[in-house]
Design a protein around this ligand. Structure first.
Ligand SMILES: Nc1ncnc2c1ncn2[C@@H]1O[C@H](COP(=O)(O)OP(=O)(O)OP(=O)(O)O)[C@@H](O)[C@H]1O
Length: 701
């Protein structure tokens, strides 16, 4: 009966290849006789399982993956590939999830007419699209008065930010503003501003967001009334270090490229190649970026958001001193760069030198100054620069929020969460740990919506149903955030003056070795493995304690707080309960690993919130309102390894690794087959129904 069936077999080049079964197969046979598409014969050894079956041609390429009779990895990849290559169809549904593939070229599918074409339609009426998701969220909100969220996740360069912007444009277009007609313009203007301060060129994306964000658009009577932006995990390490072919934040280059502007005179601006913090990547001019024109957009956005030109100038001036800071330590107080830095900040050079090169130590009843080594002074300088940038970013976000606040409040809202995906590098550190923890929490939300709510619907609709035990990641979350969990032990270690990565690692081993989601690798260095939902990740303990403390010499911060510049004082006084930031988010590898510290903690550090405790804004619950109704999810993928590369085996394997496969494996236990509705009867061969579904009566019909 297997004769003539088509199957997928693994292939090291193509990832999966199609083959036809040429002889019937009996249980226990060691090989399956196949013919490949080029006509050659293959005796395929059968180890534990038969190869997955191909779907009938009429089904592959369907716009919802759950319409596939056989729902497995090769079927999904083949369907996505067919749609993308043959029809430029970048969107495909996978149940409640919209899968997007970055086309890396402009497609004529985002114009205003398209928005209006989707407006008012049901999700299944039109082709899969981000606008269909946005319309669904909007409609549900209007109809039932419930808050909605769109979650957008995916790897760097996959198109998350682009998708978030399309969704925002959809909402501001269909929900034209109620009272302040410029509000929709302001909501859209927040993007270039956030991008100037929070985006940078990386090797994967010329305009990569180095922070996560949650934008909540407020509505009253179906009209946009305002918005709020929350940011997460800003990559502050980029301020002082970026790799070759990458850049620091765009705003630095925009300012340097526009040094000749009259309002920027007196700041001592020069080309970006002359500052250590902006020249490390040796590509101060990004190919696809026009820094001068972009500064115009940044300034225009500032003006639209009601931050007058004078403040704009001063706001930018707040950034310039950091350039000089990079020249600072171990120079004399008479040094020109240091002089400019202090002049712009309104602080005293001798004081800055003192606290860059010394550390105050407080022991029982005694206080003394300890000179720092050159490396320690450089670390102090970098810590200060990162801290300053974090404050500038925070200030900018609070200005944007002030401008987007609606005077009359809002009744309902739609939130858009744009957050980086799961990370797994050769060397993984604290940054990957925080990101992966955030992703575990997101996965839990996926589980809730994909399984729990779906199964509840079956019960409501009285479909006979045996509950599926889906892959619940609660034990892994418990390992991370529970009592005496990884974070608890880390936070405890950070509070101890002698706390170190090594002693924390020992405590981890003592507490968690018996946990099914925790492992101790055989490597000689201190490391631990967490079995995440997406795979096992080995984390190097080196630097966790220091990075989690996020310590900045308190005396330097004190100097800035006392600055004569009103803006500076404002920036540093507002400190304390700001948005979440992560000192060095994606710096994999030893270059960024922090040195273990054996020094006494400045007293102010002891009460400071650790970074890890801020991953979800200090809460253990996810960041969107508990009243949120339907959550729509968009998973973005990029076919790009080099930006020019399009669909290829490497794309296939990237989707395979980070893709919806686990989700599909799990969803296939649900009710995966939505039989196509056609007026002409399907041929029996086209109607392949998994045995597990026990729909034999349909075949008999
Ligand atoms: N739907 C789309 N149509 C055309 N081009 C797109 C689309 N989505 C993304 N792109 C292109 O891909 C680039 C990268 O997209 P985007 O910046 O949104 O990625 P991202 O997932 O937010 O990456 P990161 O995590 O690095 O910020 C964009 O600058 C744009 O050129």
């Amino acid at each position: 009966e297997h004769w003539g069936a088509r199957v997928w077999i693994p292939d090291c080049v193509e990832v999966w290849r199609v083959a036809e079964v040429t002889r019937s197969y009996k249980e226990g046979d060691a090989v399956l006789h196949l013919r490949l598409e080029d006509g050659s014969a293959l005796a395929y050894p059968i180890e534990s399982q038969l190869p997955p079956l191909c779907n009938p041609d009429c089904l592959s390429g369907a716009d919802d993956l759950v319409a596939l009779s056989y729902l497995h990895e090769p079927a999904v990849l083949h369907s996505l590939r067919r749609r993308f290559v043959e029809a430029n169809a970048i969107y495909t549904y996978c149940g409640v999830i919209l899968v997007a593939i970055n086309p890396y070229k402009p497609l004529p599918i985002y114009e205003e007419e398209v928005i209006y074409a989707y407006s008012g339609h049901e999700i299944g009426d039109m082709d899969p699209h981000i606008f269909a998701l946005a319309e669904e969220a909007y409609k549900q909100m209007v109809r039932f008065g419930k808050n909605q969220s769109l979650i957008i996740s995916g790897e760097s360069g996959a198109g998350k930010t682009a998708s978030a912007k399309y969704a925002m444009r959809y909402f501001t277009t269909v929900g034209g503003c109620l009272c302040d007609s410029s509000m929709e313009e302001k909501v859209l203007a927040s993007s270039p501003l956030m991008e100037a301060f929070g985006n940078a060129r990386t090797t994967r994306n010329d305009n990569s967001s180095r922070f996560g964000k949650y934008i909540e658009i407020g509505f009253s009577q179906a009209r946009v009334t305002g918005a709020t932006i929350k940011t997460y995990l800003l990559e502050k390490s980029r301020v002082t270090f970026h790799a070759k072919a990458e850049r620091n934040y765009h705003i630095f280059y925009q300012l340097c490229a526009s040094a000749a502007l009259p309002e920027l005179q007196g700041l001592g601006l020069r080309g970006a190649e002359s500052f250590h913090y902006t020249c490390q990547g040796q590509c101060t001019a990004a190919q696809s970026t026009n820094d001068v024109a972009d500064l115009d957009s940044t300034r225009h956005a500032f003006s639209l958001l009601g931050t007058g030109p004078a403040r704009v100038g001063r706001g930018q001036a707040g950034l310039v001193p950091q350039g000089y800071l990079s020249h600072c330590p171990h120079t004399s107080p008479a040094d020109k760069a240091l002089g400019l830095f202090c002049m712009l900040l309104g602080v005293e050079a001798s004081q800055v030198m003192r606290w860059l090169c010394h550390r105050k130590l407080v022991t029982a009843g005694e206080t003394y100054l300890k000179p720092l080594s050159r490396q320690q002074a450089l670390d102090s300088r970098d810590a200060l620069a990162k801290h300053m940038y974090g404050q500038v970013f925070r200030w900018m976000v609070s200005r944007v929020n002030r401008a987007l606040r609606s005077p009359e409040g809002h009744r309902t809202s739609i939130g858009i969460l744009d957050i980086y995906g799961f990370e797994m590098f050769e060397l993984n550190s604290f940054e990957q740990f925080c990101i992966n923890y955030a992703n575990e929490k997101l996965q839990q939300l996926f589980n809730l919506h994909v399984f729990k709510l779906e199964q509840e619907e079956y019960v409501t609709e009285e479909i006979p149903w045996v509950f599926v035990d889906f892959c619940d990641n609660q034990p892994c979350i418990e390992l991370i955030e529970g009592q005496l969990g990884i974070l608890d032990l880390l936070n405890e270690e950070c509070k101890m003056p002698q706390g170190s990565d090594g002693s924390w690692a020992q405590k981890l081993y003592r507490t968690h070795l018996s946990s099914s989601h925790f492992q101790k690798p055989k490597t000689p260095t201190d490391a631990f493995v967490v079995c995440h939902f997406a795979g096992k990740v080995e984390y190097q303990c080196d630097g966790f304690v220091e990075k989690n403390r996020d310590a900045v010499p308190e005396e330097l911060v004190g100097l800035l707080r006392a600055s004569k510049s009103a803006l500076l004082a404002e920036l540093f006084l507002e400190e304390g309960d700001g948005p979440t930031s992560l000192q060095s988010r994606r710096s994999s590898g030893p270059r960024m690993a922090g040195r273990p510290s054996r020094r006494s903690l400045p007293s102010s550090q002891k009460s400071k919130k650790s970074i890890s405790s801020q991953v979800w804004g200090g809460e253990k619950n996810v960041c969107w309102p508990r009243t949120t109704g339907v959550v729509k999810i968009l998973r973005a993928y990029t076919p790009a390894v080099g930006l020019e590369e399009r669909i290829s085996p490497s794309f296939i394997s990237s989707v395979e690794v980070r893709g919806p496969s686990q989700l599909l494996v799990d969803t296939s236990h649900l009710f995966p087959v939505h039989l196509p509705f056609t007026t002409s009867p399907l041929h029996l061969d086209e109607l392949r129904i998994p045995d597990a579904l026990n729909l034999a009566f349909l075949v008999r019909l």
